[in-house]
Design a protein around this ligand. Structure first.
Ligand code: NAP
Length: 550
């Protein structure tokens, strides 16, 4: 059993401020949370030790976290079917929830979320999700693959934890850290995270809003649209911002500071593309900062002002004097709407890409890179993203080859230089024609554009970093006009063609830098403020409500 020595050891995982916040949250739990930690001597020593240090630190914070430690060869391990270590089992008398591996890095959020949910004995699910959970009539054995470097993973893992808490009679859960459980990840060909399986059927690739996860769990098939079944809660506000990346969060800070009630809605992880950028070197004021750290700073700043509704997907927008925004969970009624929906990874469009997505084809080196340590991968592209990702992969021990279709890089010189100084191999004038393999990627077929030579190139991973496409589905669905190159058409005030609807950030095109996205968000917020006080769509003589067409 772990020794309980409150306050006697220095905690290396967090500072005193975070520790105080965790203590307050855990102490307030109505129920203690029993965590059984299984370790094994002589195998995976580093990971077992890391799990012990981490869990002991948690148990020292509060008496509500009750840790007991066991050997993998113990009777308890046999009884609970724990077959590898390190592993955590939570409240086995009440739930069937295991964590295989060490929940450090980003996964710390999963661990904290698990303790809080289990300590309350509540799933905290939305009414929409609860309706679906009630209908589940057969057993669901969930496996969620995660990694400590993946900012999207805790959301998906916690969706599954909620399901296991809500229906302990039907749902069992294993959260599997791919770094500590590479064999299991191989068996499921889970080469991207997060991925969720139920009864060994893939039900989700990437993090989903809670309602979509639950719908996928019920149907045992990945669902992409969730339409709420009941008339959900209504929130009246001044401004709704769709998108929780740098543009959306900057907009929110400025609208609230202008005195406007504001809701930011984000379906996935906060921070947009920055959250998965390994290192940012061109955000003024920070010489070198991991993208996720920058996001954490930005989010905590934004939270001082604006309410963020994360994990909610907007399914419909009805423009008008009162703009209605329907999500999978509730309805918002606002006077202005800012679309800061950002951009999605561009696909290569070659044979094999879709088939091997998550099985060797990846769009996120930060999330999936660790799985490819000591393996050979190609990074496709010649812009800032490709170069940043290639450097990151190289630095974490992945054998990295950059494949670029031209003979010079588009990336900023400062970044490009590092490719050469790190001796990263570059295949110039080369395009990928096909991605091949059986269960997972085994090779790419390359063509040298100068010589015309076509040849197979054995690799285990393909990281695609060829730019982004604006996320304009919502804009299109309400009739917002787009520019010929597919971005939202807007004026200098970030107004779109629809009165009351504005845009900001990468969805507008332009330079697509963090700092420009924030600038666009700031400008949009100031325009919203001006326009709500002096609506440009009404003349002085018109009564409010007479919305004129532009
Ligand atoms: P990008 O600048 O548009 O570069 C895309 C790269 O992919 C180009 O080299 C392009 O080749 C290549 N490409 C495009 N389609 C291709 C295809 N079908 N097959 C093969 N190659 C293809 O995109 P990005 O690098 O993702 O950057 C997007 C924006 O984010 C940029 O504004 C960038 O500055 C910003 N960003 C900044 C940072 C940073 O500063 N740290 C990091 C990441 C991104 P060609 O050169 O031949 O066109």
């Amino acid at each position: 059993m772990a020794e309980d020595k409150p306050g006697t050891e220095q905690n290396s995982f967090w500072g005193p401020e975070v520790e105080e916040q965790l203590r307050a949250a855990f102490d307030a739990l109505p129920n203690a949370v029993r965590i059984m930690l299984f370790t094994e001597k002589g195998r995976n020593d580093l990971l077992n030790r890391a799990a012990q240090d981490l869990l002991r630190s948690f148990s020292r914070i509060s008496k509500k976290v009750v840790l007991s430690e066991f050997d993998l060869n113990s009777e308890e391990a046999r009884k609970l079917n724990v077959e590898s270590a390190p592993a955590l089992v939570f409240e086995p008398d009440r739930y069937s929830v295991k964590y295989m591996g060490v929940p450090y890095g980003e996964e710390g959020r999963t661990l904290v979320g698990m303790i809080l949910l289990i300590g309350f004995h509540t799933s905290n699910m939305s009414e929409q999700s609860l309706n679906v959970m009630k209908r589940i009539g057969g057993r669901r054995e969930i496996k969620v693959f995660v990694s400590p470097t993946c900012p999207y993973c805790p959301d998906e893992a916690l969706n599954a934890v909620k399901a296991a808490i809500e229906r302990p009679d039907m749902v069992s859960l294993e959260i599997i850290d791919i770094q500590s459980n590479q064999e299991t990840a191989n068996r499921y060909s889970a080469f991207s995270v997060p991925q969720a399986f139920a009864n060994d059927i893939l039900i989700a690739r990437g993090a989903q809003p809670e309602e979509l996860f639950v719908a996928s769990l019920e149907k045992l098939e990945q669902q992409t649209v969730f339409i709420p079944e009941t008339d959900a809660e209504i929130i009246e506000t001044d401004v709704v911002i769709v998108g929780g990346g740098p543009a959306g969060l900057a907009t929110g800070i400025y609208t609230v500071r202008s005195g406007l009630r504001t809701a930011v809605i984000e379906r996935g992880a906060l921070g947009g593309q920055v959250a998965t950028t390994p290192v940012v070197e061109n955000y003024p004021g920070f010489a070198r900062v991991p993208g996720k750290t920058l996001v954490d700073i930005l989010v905590s700043h934004a939270l001082e002002y604006v309410q963020i509704f994360q994990g909610e997907e907007v399914v419909e927008i009805r423009p008008g004097e009162r703009i209605e925004v329907q999500t999978g969970r509730r309805r918002y009624i606002a006077r202005a709407l800012v679309l800061a929906t950002g951009a999605n990874y561009k696909k290569l469009g070659v044979t094999g890409e879709m088939n091997f997505m998550g099985r060797g084809v990846s769009y996120c080196a930060t999330c999936d890179g660790p799985l490819f340590k000591n393996r050979k991968v190609v990074v496709i592209g010649g812009g800032n993203s490709a170069v940043t990702e290639a450097l990151h992969l190289h630095n974490i021990g992945v054998q990295t080859v950059l494949v670029h279709r031209r003979n010079s890089l588009r990336a900023q010189e400062h970044l490009a230089k590092n490719i050469f100084s790190n001796n990263i191999e570059v295949l110039w004038d080369t395009e990928v024609l096909e991605i091949r393999g059986r269960e997972k990627v085994a090779e790419v077929v390359l063509r040298n554009n100068r010589t015309g030579e076509v040849y197979p190139f054995p690799v285990q991973g393909v990281f695609v970093a060829i730019g982004y496409e604006p996320s304009v589905e919502l804009a299109k669905s309400v009739g917002v006009e787009l520019s010929p190159d597919g971005f939202i058409k807007h004026d200098a005030h970030h107004r779109t063609n629809i009165p009351g609807i504005y845009s900001a950030g990468d969805v507008e095109g332009g330079y697509k830098q963090i700092v420009t996205a924030m600038g666009q968000g700031t400008e949009a917020a100031l325009s919203v403020f001006e326009d709500l006080h002096h609506p440009y769509w009404t003349s002085e003589l018109e009564k409010p409500g007479g919305i004129a067409k532009m």
